[in-house]
Design a protein around this ligand. Structure first.
Ligand code: 5GP
Ligand code: ZN
Length: 114
């Protein structure tokens, strides 16, 4: 997707602060952090949102979750805990239409929506 901001970050056309990367996944700091630690776990393949997952691409979910575990170790938040959020579509508040998981950490989040 040529006009996708996360595809541009993946291609190196937009700079980002990378925290972890492998063949399938990139993790970088959110430009507008909502917590002391706020990174985005992004598959390198352009998948619009959770609703765009199907039998052919759903393996990426395992890769995303494996990358989350690597990332929380790298960031040193694996023992104290953290929050993972995926926004999907208009009502989910998704602003970048390229599947991504937010990892928020470095503070205790008392308030919960659910
Ligand atoms: P969403 O609202 O779609 O769940 O999350 C999109 C996130 O991407 C937001 O938290 C926003 O701050 C972040 N973001 C948007 N554009 C950029 C960018 O160019 N670089 C980085 N690092 N983060 C971005
Ligand atoms: Zn994209």
């Amino acid at each position: 997707m040529s006009d996708c901001v996360f595809c541009k970050i993946i291609k190196g056309e937009i700079p980002s602060i990378k925290v972890y990367e492998n063949d399938d996944i990139i993790v970088f700091k959110d430009i507008n952090p909502a917590a002391p630690i706020h990174v985005l776990v992004v598959p390198k393949v352009h998948i619009e949102c959770l609703e765009a997952l199907n039998q052919d691409n759903i393996d990426v979910v395992t890769k995303i979750h494996a990358a989350i575990l690597e990332t929380t170790k790298i960031l040193g938040i694996n023992t104290d805990g953290y929050r993972v959020i995926v926004n999907c579509g208009k009502n989910g508040g998704q602003t970048v239409p390229h599947l991504h998981y937010h990892i928020l950490g470095g503070a205790e989040f008392g308030e919960k929506i659910i």
